[in-house]
Write a protein that binds this ligand. Structure first.
Ligand code: GLV
Length: 336
């Protein structure tokens, strides 16, 4: 009997996933998974990627030039995240490796969470809960945990992509807020009208908003979009919510502003150097802290995972990914 079996492409799943992700990928590929969720070192990741054509990645998996140089078989990295600052896109394009992300499926869920975090900060939800749990609630008091209004106030959104627009609609249509926004480029008139949002400069937004929400993607250009100077422009009664990425805010400067009551409160889902959190943020009471969970509903996380699967199958089996990031920039690798 001759052995003519064609080898199936091999795929690495870099973090623990829904079991049916493994099942679906296994219909097409030889799959190595990481269900015990081991935090591989960069060298271990390189070693696991040997012979793999595809990688299922999450935002904590860095794909850079040094790794790519050691993984010549890699053809695609499919991120189970809309953000992709864990990818060095230029290096991936130069190495002929396709990158894909998971947009759209998380938009409304993430906008819900941004709104929830903003409201929790403004209405002092976790601060008052800590007080209650500590047994400090002895009686009613006229100003106990009095917070800031949401309805009818001014919402300032920095980064007006799909999620920013979702937050704008919630604010304008659900809570009667005046919405102002700042973005690299101004939206078209129809989208502005849909969101009932007015384009302003970053300075005007910081000076006029009662609640500032950050939804801008991370890049060198957006690093520390909010630092001490920007915080100084904000109203002392204002809140700041970051559901974008760690590094968009200077966390040390924010902790100082919260401690000194230069702004009223903050809601943070993302942190510089996460999962580590700046110790000064842990010790100020007027901040709501959550561990990067804005897209975390089971339905949305499943949809994100399945979109990453669709990208791997689409590209490696059918030659076309669903949501590629650098398809038009891929440098074809020679076949010596
Ligand atoms: C989450 O942060 C994502 O980028 O999907």
């Amino acid at each position: 009997m001759t052995s003519t079996s064609t080898q199936r492409p091999r795929v690495l799943i870099t973090r623990a996933v829904f079991p049916d992700v493994i099942a679906r990928l296994s219909e097409h590929f030889d799959v190595e998974s990481n269900q015990s969720d081991v935090n591989w070192t960069p060298a271990e990741l390189v070693q696991r990627l040997q012979g793999k054509a595809g990688a299922f990645t999450t935002g904590s998996i860095a794909i850079n030039a040094a790794l790519l140089a050691q993984c010549p078989d890699l053809k695609i990295c499919a991120n189970m995240a809309v953000g992709y600052n864990n990818f060095d896109l230029d290096a991936m394009s130069a190495a002929g490796v396709l990158a894909s992300n998971a947009p759209d499926v998380l938009t409304e869920t993430t906008a819900d969470f941004g709104f929830a975090l903003m409201m929790a900060a403004a209405r002092r939800v976790t601060e008052s809960e800590h007080f209650l749990r500590a047994g400090q609630w002895k009686s009613w008091r006229y100003d106990m945990f009095a917070g800031a209004e949401i309805h009818g106030s001014t919402l300032g959104i920095i980064g007006m992509g799909r999620i920013g627009q979702g937050i704008a609609r919630r604010g304008a249509l659900g809570f009667g807020m005046q919405v102002v926004y700042h973005n690299r480029s101004r939206l078209d008139a129809t989208t502005e009208a849909d969101c009932k949002a007015r384009y302003v400069s970053k300075e005007e937004l910081l000076q006029t908003a009662d609640h500032v929400v950050l939804v801008v993607p991370y890049s060198a250009a957006s690093h520390h979009t909010i630092g001490a100077a920007e915080l100084a422009l904000m109203k002392t009664t204002a809140t700041l919510t970051n559901i974008a990425r760690g590094g968009i805010v200077d966390d040390a400067a924010l902790a100082a502003a919260l401690r000194d009551k230069r702004i009223a409160a903050a809601g943070l889902d993302v942190f510089e150097g996460e999962p580590n959190v700046h110790p000064d943020l842990l010790s100020v009471p007027n901040v709501v802290l959550t561990p990067h969970i804005a897209s975390a509903t089971m339905g949305t996380r499943r949809a994100m995972a399945m979109l990453a699967v669709d990208n791997l199958i689409g590209y490696l089996v059918h030659g076309k990914a669903v949501t590629p990031l650098n398809a038009d920039r891929l440098v074809q690798q020679g076949t010596a």
